[in-house]
Design a protein around this ligand. Structure first.
Ligand code: BGC
Length: 506
């Protein structure tokens, strides 16, 4: 071999060595990376298994929950304070029939927004002739400030809306405008036109209003603008539902908060005091968000959320079920995975540490991601939490968490509905002629969680079937009552109108 040739051979050998070293280093790095990923996934798996186990809602457990709900309903009707379910008597004893006529207003205060609306009712033939509404968002500082400030804000928006009433709406001469007030918080009533606030929920916290008559608060703020009554949103939804379908027996709200109302026979209400209504029935606002039972699957995430909430120890069922909290439970699980299993790398994403930074609509968007590489999940993680470059495996974990939390919520809501069906159904069953078909029972449903989170609402429906069985569940129908709470309040203002009483007296 000549000198040059030898030198080339040596260079080649050196190059080959370098290439081999690079390949070996790359292989080592990649096996370290794989080992790290395996370790991450092993830790993730432990947390996920535990989450699945703690959130389990077997059909047996759901049946126990439904029974517990029915038992608590009885207890709450028996005596004040005898149950976590307040079972508030609404004194709404005339649900709309469809015959109502005239112009009615409603004010719907339920969460971060409130709505004012007007509706022109045309009786049996005309039905809802015309309606208009306006939505106003409540500045966050008013949700935790002074009572007068909040009610003044609402009253001035209402006054502006009334002032914009066009010629398409007709108020019979000599009449004052009547207003139904949907106030979506627990209120204890002694008549249809008054009610004291038991407590605030859903992020509101204004001490000065608790124990006060909220109608009084609003009336004062309205300086006697013709306010006549108030209702809870579930009762409004029930009224709205009944206006369209006479088989509506209950209403359920699954939105920012959750609650249910249903029609009860007054003779089944031992705590009723005073004169009995002619109809023999009244609507009960269950305030089921405060339901609690040892059968509820409560995890460490729920416990921590409750401890750090504005109302610790209260609204436990609501905190497991409703839209205000699902995203927050989801965030807490992700945070634990980020901290303990380094799911998103060595550093914990700062935004993930911020309470309520993950809202339920974002969770829903991720959960519904049908793309093969979960691009929506990837985009939302990036946009909302500043987490980029996630692996498909990580994104699948994220979706699995949504699934566990949303389905637990939906299944618990279904158990609550079955509890009502059992309570109402038993009474109807006793009244039924032997051998006749199970009566149709319609549940009027409202709330953004049920309306927009499809996996959630499908799960509510399939779980009702699972608990009750195919045949019995055929008679239970869930009907969306969009905007039931707003229109319903106006309809109740109509079915309880002062002018009806005056006409009857003539
Ligand atoms: C309130 C209920 C209300 C429900 C739905 C709950 O937080 O306590 O009064 O009906 O939310 O808006």
């Amino acid at each position: 071999m000549g000198k040059v040739a030898f030198a080339t051979a040596v260079t080649c050998a050196a190059a080959a060595c370098a290439v081999t070293a690079l390949v070996v280093r790359q292989r080592m790095q990649s096996s370290v990376r794989w080992a790290r990923i395996d370790a991450v996934m092993a830790r993730v798996d432990v947390v996920m298994r535990e989450l699945e186990e703690r959130c389990a809602t077997t059909v047996g457990k759901l049946r126990q929950l439904a029974d517990a709900m029915a038992v608590e309903m009885h207890a709450g009707l028996a005596a004040e304070g005898a149950s976590k379910l307040k079972m508030l008597i609404s004194y709404v004893d005339n649900l709309p029939t469809g015959d109502e006529e005239g112009l009615f207003y409603a004010l719907d205060l339920g969460g971060t927004n409130f709505r004012v609306l007007r509706v022109q009712l045309g009786g049996k033939e005309g039905r809802i002739v015309r309606q208009e509404f306006e939505e106003v968002s409540i500045p966050p500082h008013l949700m935790i400030g002074g009572s007068d400030e909040l009610f003044d804000f609402i009253a001035s928006a209402l006054a502006r809306f009334i002032a914009s009433e066009g010629e398409d709406f007709h108020l019979p001469t000599g009449r004052q405008r009547e207003l139904g007030f949907t106030f979506s918080f627990p209120v204890r009533q002694i008549s249809i036109g008054s009610g004291t606030l038991v407590k605030w929920t859903k992020g509101f916290n204004i001490d000065a209003t608790v124990g006060e008559d909220v109608v009084g608060e609003l009336s004062r703020a309205m300086e006697r603008q013709g306010l006549d009554m108030r209702v809870n949103d579930t009762i409004g939804t029930l009224a709205g539902g009944r206006y369209h379908d006479k088989d509506v027996v209950a209403a359920v709200i699954l939105g920012t908060g959750t609650n249910a109302a249903y029609v009860e026979r007054v003779e089944a209400i031992p705590k009723w005091q005073g004169l009995l209504p002619k109809s023999g029935e009244t609507v009960i606002n269950m305030e089921w968000g405060n339901f609690r039972s040892s059968h509820l699957p409560i995890t460490e995430y729920d416990q921590a959320l409750d401890d750090e909430s504005l109302n610790p120890g209260e609204q436990i069922y609501e905190k497991l079920v409703s839209g205000m909290y699902l995203g927050e439970i989801f965030r807490r699980v992700l945070l634990r995975l980020a901290r303990e299993a380094a799911l998103f790398g060595e550093t914990v994403p700062a935004k993930l540490e911020i309470p309520f930074s993950l809202r339920t609509p974002i969770m829903s968007a991720m959960h519904h991601d049908k793309s093969p590489d979960l691009t929506v999940v990837s985009t939302k993680l990036n946009e909302v939490l500043g987490i980029s470059n996630t692996s498909l495996q990580t994104r699948k974990v994220v979706v699995r968490i949504c699934d566990i939390i949303a389905k637990r919520s939906a299944r618990l809501a279904a158990a609550g509905i079955v509890g009502i069906v059992k309570k109402v159904g038993r009474a109807r069953d006793n009244a039924r002629e032997g051998g006749s078909q199970l009566p149709r029972m319609v549940i009027a449903m409202d709330g953004g969680l049920y309306e927009h989170y499809m996996i959630f609402s499908e799960s509510v429906q399939s779980t009702i079937k699972e608990i009750l069985g195919e045949e019995a569940s055929d008679s239970v129908v869930i009907k969306m009552a969009n905007d039931g709470s707003g229109i319903g309040a106006a309809l109740l203002a109509a079915s309880h109108s002062h002018y009806l009483e005056l006409e009857q007296d003539l």
